[in-house]
Design a protein around this ligand. Structure first.
Ligand code: DSN
Length: 446
């Protein structure tokens, strides 16, 4: 409980956000609820400390407790993921990934990663990211023939061709919008053939890996990066791991990663976050976490089936992890992700509009939505609730049938404002919202 504060403005915003989270259902697949213990250590006295450097090698005094904490956090991460080295200081996923470039490449070197539009991440070489500005990206996409089948969606022949042609120093495997399991071995064969470092960005699936329901990239890749706040359910932060294979390729790799994080990119680590990560790694090593990870996938599969039975088209023909990517083009037309996101927000279901691999619209007006089950599963929701959520989504989408994204770009803003006004006034939407709120309140957040 937050005590009353003199600064009523910040206090009221915190309370409003608390109400929003409690009364709605979070379906953004990269979000989750950290435990109340994790939130408590985030506001512990560790928030006050400066600790540039690494354990036993700091630039400031008074770090005896921080040293012990960071070593504890490292040991837990190494054990949980089965790696010989970890850096737990990156502020979040993007700086962690940039540190990997600093450690393995020189500016201008060729790199490869999954294109953003095909479900990759900005930091895997998108042109607007520092990773696309300072390095030379060659991005791979998904198979061109059919991305709606429940089959591995990567075109390995094409990835191999690109790798052989451009000889990248670094190849990324990992995504932010990919609903199936990764075949890390196949990526490793390609990286090894061209002598590239292979880095797995497991931010989305880290909790599924530690929970034993998603394959681990550790035997196949040289480097692993992850955020700590997605399926892993910790505070907002990140880690970079080096595997035995990575140390074999370059015995100095761990040292290079450390130097890239500090002093290469960052200043003092956020010690309160290190405390939160250490605590969440403890939580993730408990048997209950395996059950949690198993339930995330069960829920995702039920939600996927409910939506597909209702006529929606899902990338990957369903879901094998925590995430679903829906193409709304046949249901609502190209560019309809924005209507779906806004309407579902109004009934208390939060998800995000997203491009689909065969996108015909634009990233700002994409034709899909991305949703997932990590947060709702943390609240204790199971298959029954997923069927309900799926039916709500189908019901809301049905109400959106009369709306189409105007072809004329200049008409879009006014059209969407009018759409929102009509949706807010819609009686059925109000009824659905009440039902969602009733369900949400039955499943408290930590
Ligand atoms: N923003 C994250 C996501 O939603 O997947 C990726 O950084």
């Amino acid at each position: 409980m937050l005590p009353k504060m003199k600064d009523t403005k910040v206090y009221n915003l915190v309370k409003k956000e608390e109400k929003r989270q409690k009364e709605g259902i979070e379906l953004i697949p990269s979000e989750n609820y950290a435990s109340s213990e994790v939130r408590q250590v985030l506001s512990s006295y560790f928030v006050n400390k400066y600790s540039e450097g690494y354990p036993k090698k700091r630039y400031y005094g008074g770090n005896e407790n921080v040293d012990e904490l960071e070593i504890l956090c490292q040991e837990r991460a190494k054990k949980l993921f089965g790696v010989p080295f970890v850096n737990v200081q990156p502020y979040s996923g993007s700086p962690a990934n940039l540190a990997v470039y600093l450690a393995t490449c020189k500016p201008g070197d060729a790199i490869m990663g999954q294109a953003l539009i095909a479900g990759g991440h900005l930091t895997h070489g998108h042109m607007v990211s520092a990773t696309g500005i300072f390095y030379k990206p060659f991005q791979y996409s998904l198979r061109k023939d059919n991305v709606y089948k429940n089959e591995d969606l990567f075109d390995y022949a094409e990835i191999r061709r690109l790798a052989k042609e451009h000889k990248p120093k670094l190849i990324w495997v990992g995504a932010t919008a990919y609903p199936l399991k990764f075949n890390y071995k196949k990526f490793a064969e390609i990286a090894d053939e061209v002598g590239a470092f292979l880095a797995a960005d497991i931010a989305h699936v880290a909790g599924l890996i530690t929970g034993g329901v998603h394959p681990s990239p550790v035997p196949y890749v040289h480097i692993v990066t992850t955020t700590t706040h997605k399926t892993l359910r910790g505070p907002r932060g990140a880690m970079i791991m080096v595997t035995n294979k990575g140390l074999k390729k370059d015995p100095d790799l761990a040292d290079k990663i450390n130097k890239a994080v500090f002093p290469g990119l960052q200043g003092g680590p956020h010690d309160n976050t290190t405390a939160g990560i250490a605590l969440s790694l403890f939580e993730a090593s408990q048997p209950s976490f395996k059950k949690y990870a198993t339930q995330i996938v069960k829920n995702s599969k039920v939600l996927a089936k409910t939506l597909m039975d209702g006529g929606l088209k899902l990338v990957g023909g369903g879901s094998e992890n925590h995430l679903l990517l829906v193409n709304l083009t046949s249901a609502l037309g190209a560019g309809s992700g924005v209507f779906t996101q806004k309407a579902l927000d109004l009934v208390g279901l939060t998800l995000n509009k997203n491009t689909v691999p065969d996108e015909t619209s634009s990233p700002f007006y994409p034709s899909g939505v991305r949703l997932g089950t990590p947060a709702s599963t943390s609240r204790g929701m199971k298959e029954k609730e997923m069927k309900f959520i799926g039916s709500v989504i189908l019901g809301v989408i049905n109400l959106l049938k009369p709306y189409r994204l105007p072809e004329n770009k200049f008409e879009r803003k006014d059209y969407i404002a009018k759409f929102e006004k009509e949706m807010r006034a819609n009686k059925k939407m109000k009824e659905i919202h009440l039902r969602v709120k009733k369900l949400a309140l039955r499943f408290p957040i930590p």
